[in-house]
Design a protein around this ligand. Structure first.
Ligand code: SDX
Length: 427
């Protein structure tokens, strides 16, 4: 029997089934069980896919035990501290970091593609002021498919790149317009003289009418430190292997639907508070806890199996040590505390939760640690970004990951329509 095979034995009749073990560049190997049903007449059972690899990928690698995250092999710590978000986008899409000329071309193209077709603006007015921006973001992204129906059939690399750069450039504009609509104030159009991240903050916060003289909060202009902080947050959110929303994007890709409706489906999936919606819930939870003195009460609720209360921003399917993104954000909080005037009361509550949870057996035994969402909220609040816009910020960062994963799925000759089976327990 060849060495790299895995044998199942059905003890009911002692039949042996041998399957190849496939080994990747990093991380766990896999047992290739694609013929398991044909061979055995049985399905494997894995709700939530806790032990299932859905694809081969070269984009992002996570080691949950080591707290390791790499985009195209480069550690997240290096990308978040030495490179811009746009460099990270280029890396994910093109497998290498850009040189100065490639970066300049990429940057300029995104600036020009940031504008939305005027017809799309009517969609925003169909929503009530109190509509959550994630609803508008998902709807407007679906609508984009109608404006770019040529992307339904993509035949060459140039069009893959055009489709990807278009959606990466337009998502921030859609997010900013959704916010401005919720305030009932005029949209600020993209400004090709501004960088990706400054442009988004300006579209969000510029005073109605004319150039950036005053923000709607009254500041003279958006500061470099704010731009740098948000750019780092975008980088930390850029991709994350086969998480729930990426699995949805690949699932929609597998039916042959338009790439932008796949991204819109990813936005919908990310909205859930168990996933990307957690960042908004973390701040709401810290505000609800209200004081460091109340933390112990809420920790007890989180541990109580009969209480549905969960500690938002804690736990992760993969990271069973620490989320490296959370560690970077915690350092960023300390670095920006003074410059950004971070809400030290909220930070103190977060730190107290972390201090208690990390020494409590309930969390230690379940390997529950702060995840990326636990820290972003305090920084985003200091950037004058309202809670309702936290998950749209996650969408802006993650769109490059979704579209890169979509392209990889399309190019993978092993890709098939997603169609799992079931254990039928009915009638
Ligand atoms: C993101 O997948 C990704 O990569 C996602 C993400 C990305 O970049 O794409 O990293 C972004 O979504 C981060 C996660 C944000 N979500 C939250 O912070 C919400 C709170 N966390 C949980 O809902 C939960 O931890 C999950 C959803 C994140 C992970 O769920 P799992 O892996 O399915 O774990 P589980 O629900 O089976 O929990 C295992 C145990 C259970 O206890 P027991 O039944 O064994 O007694 O841990 C408990 C859970 O009750 N538990 C928690 C808890 N998280 C898990 N108890 C209290 N508070 C929590 N937050």
């Amino acid at each position: 029997m060849p060495h790299d095979t895995f044998t199942f034995i059905d003890n009911r009749d002692n039949t042996r089934y041998d399957y190849p073990i496939l080994t990747g560049k990093r991380g766990p190997s896999v047992v290739d069980i694609r013929s398991f049903f044909k061979d055995t007449g049985m399905f494997t059972y894995d709700p939530g896919f806790t032990s299932t690899a859905s694809c081969k990928s070269t984009i992002t690698f996570i080691d949950g035990a080591k707290g390791e995250l790499r985009y195209r092999g480069i550690p997240i710590e290096e990308l978040a501290t030495k490179h811009s978000y746009l460099e990270t986008c280029y890396l994910l899409l093109n497998e290498t970091l850009p040189n100065a000329e490639q970066l300049a071309d990429f940057d300029l193209e995104l600036r020009h593609r940031a504008f939305l077709h005027e017809g799309l603006l009517n969609l925003f007015h169909a929503f009530p002021d109190n509509a959550h921006p994630m609803a508008t973001l998902s709807a407007a992204t679906t609508a984009l498919a109608s404006f770019y129906d040529t992307h339904l059939e993509i035949n060459d690399e140039a069009e893959y790149q055009e489709m990807a750069r278009r959606i990466i450039a337009k998502i921030p504009t859609i997010a900013a317009y959704a916010y401005r609509h919720s305030l009932g104030i005029p949209f600020i159009y993209p400004d090709v003289d501004l960088s990706f991240t400054e442009n988004f903050l300006t579209m969000m916060r510029a005073y109605p009418g004319g150039k950036m003289h005053r923000t709607i909060e009254g500041e003279a202009k958006i500061r470099d430190v704010e731009i740098r902080a948000l750019d780092t947050i975008f980088t930390l959110h850029a991709d994350h292997e086969q998480n729930a929303s990426t699995t949805v994007v690949r699932g929609v890709a597998s039916t042959g639907a338009h790439p932008y409706v796949a991204i819109a489906s990813g936005i919908a999936a990310l909205w859930g508070r168990a996933h990307g919606g957690a960042n908004e819930s973390v701040i709401a939870q810290l505000e609800m806890i209200g004081s460091v003195d109340n933390v112990e009460t809420y920790i007890a609720k989180a541990k109580d199996p009969n209480d549905p209360f969960r500690l938002m921003g804690f736990g992760h399917r993969v990271y069973k040590n620490f989320d490296p993104r959370a560690r970077i954000l915690k350092e960023l909080q300390d670095e920006l505390r003074e410059e950004l005037g971070l809400d030290t009361e909220l930070m103190a509550i977060a730190r107290r939760i972390e201090e208690i949870a990390l020494s409590d057996d309930y969390f230690i035994s379940r390997k529950l640690y702060p995840n990326i969402d636990f820290y972003t909220g305090v920084i985003l609040t200091a950037l004058k970004i309202p809670k309702s816009m936290f998950t749209p910020i996650f969408v802006i960062g993650r769109t490059v990951g979704w579209v890169t994963q979509w392209i990889e799925f399309k190019k993978d000759t092993a890709s098939k329509i997603a169609r799992p089976r079931q254990l039928y327990i009915g009638d």
